[in-house]
Design a protein around this ligand. Structure first.
Ligand SMILES: Cc1cc2nc3c(=O)[nH]c(=O)nc-3n(C[C@H](O)[C@H](O)[C@H](O)COP(=O)(O)OP(=O)(O)OC[C@H]3O[C@@H](n4cnc5c(N)ncnc54)[C@H](O)[C@@H]3O)c2cc1C
Length: 304
């Protein structure tokens, strides 16, 4: 099997997420070819062919041009898989490419088993396995689902690419998200509230425990989306990536996007009513209990 891996760069700097398609291809035992619109000054350290188009000439993002560049590489390399990250770049470009190639597209892949892709369904409560019916398949990988244990240290053999493509789009640039709120990356202790806490009023119980432990309050995305906690406290792929000494997850199931933001914590304690909650796979200690009851008892003990 041959996989064409799509690396990404921003402002001439390679994004670390570029190694996730690589980790996925390694898991499949695939031969790899890499594609990057970026800068020769910052290339992925992956052995094998690398097709490079200079972003200075093609634009950091230009769908028509980048698709035309990719079509050239696909025609030459004839991969079985084209692998994107499920980033703003990947989710825009992958379907354009799949349509041009009349290839099946599978989005947000989190696993691969017996020739089938595993993807989340129903807000990640269920998983589906899907098989592609086309010889070439375009996939996007959910962020954090495939992180390499160690970064590769290879040297690519670079082939330059260029293209003339009509485009009615002009790339204006990226806008930095507004900074502010809490910097959880510096916290030694984080106590996070998940949907399992039930309602906004219960956030206070978790926040009090965080304070009693000398730490900060964190939250999973549904808690933030519901407006119970501000976004700067969200942990996960679309929140902050944290590495405290102690991470206490209260009523959090352990979805991949949440784990990606906290699995490097020194010690993880999860409180969950469900003994089979996936967070148990990364937790050092899983306490099967009502998170609110345990949090207020603990806080009471610490305060006395
Ligand atoms: C593109 C994308 C990006 C995302 N980014 C993020 C992100 O950055 N961060 C993030 O967190 N999520 C993110 N998500 C959402 C993610 O997929 C999950 O939906 C989310 O993490 C689930 O949050 P949760 O664990 O709080 O809720 P649920 O999955 O609903 O889990 C609630 C848990 O609480 C337990 N529970 C219920 N009652 C109690 C109780 N009384 N005591 C103890 N336990 C109880 C349940 O058993 C369950 O395990 C993203 C999703 C997508 C598609």
């Amino acid at each position: 099997m041959k996989a064409l891996l799509i690396a990404e760069s921003r402002d001439g700097k390679l994004l670390a997420s570029s190694y996730e398609p690589y980790a996925f291809a390694r898991q499949l035992g695939a031969e790899v070819v890499t594609f990057l619109v970026g800068s020769a000054a910052d290339l992925p350290q992956i052995d094998g062919p690398l097709y490079l188009a200079e972003a200075a000439r093609c634009g950091d993002y230009n769908p028509a041009m980048h698709k035309a560049l990719l079509l050239q590489v696909v025609a030459k390399e004839r991969p079985d898989l084209v692998v994107f990250s499920h980033s703003s770049y990947g989710w825009d470009l992958a379907p354009r490419l799949a349509l041009a190639l009349k290839a099946a597209q599978v989005s947000e892949v989190v696993g691969f088993a017996d020739g089938a892709f595993v993807v989340p369904a129903c807000n990640a409560k269920l998983r589906r396995t899907v098989k592609s019916q086309t010889p070439l398949t375009v996939v996007t990988l959910q962020a954090g689902a495939f992180s390499p244990a160690e970064l590769p240290t290879g040297t690519p053999q670079v082939t330059g690419l260029s293209v003339e493509a009509d485009s009615r789009l002009e790339f204006l640039g990226y806008e930095a998200a507004e900074k502010g709120g809490v910097d959880l990356t510096r916290a030694e202790v984080i106590v996070s509230a998940g949907r399992g806490i039930g309602k906004r009023e219960n956030v206070e119980i978790i926040a009090r425990l965080a304070k009693a432990l000398g730490g900060e309050l964190g939250a999973s995305r549904p808690v933030v989306d519901a407006g119970w906690v501000e976004h700067s406290r969200q942990v996960g792929t679309t929140g902050q990536t944290v590495a405290p000494r102690l991470y206490l997850a209260c009523g959090i199931s352990g979805a991949i996007q949440h784990l990606a933001g906290m699995k490097r914590a020194g010690f993880i304690v999860a409180i969950n009513k469900d003994k089979d909650a996936p967070i148990g796979e990364v937790a050092d200690v899983l306490v099967v209990a009502d998170a609110l009851q345990l949090a207020s008892t603990l806080e009471g003990k610490l305060a006395s």
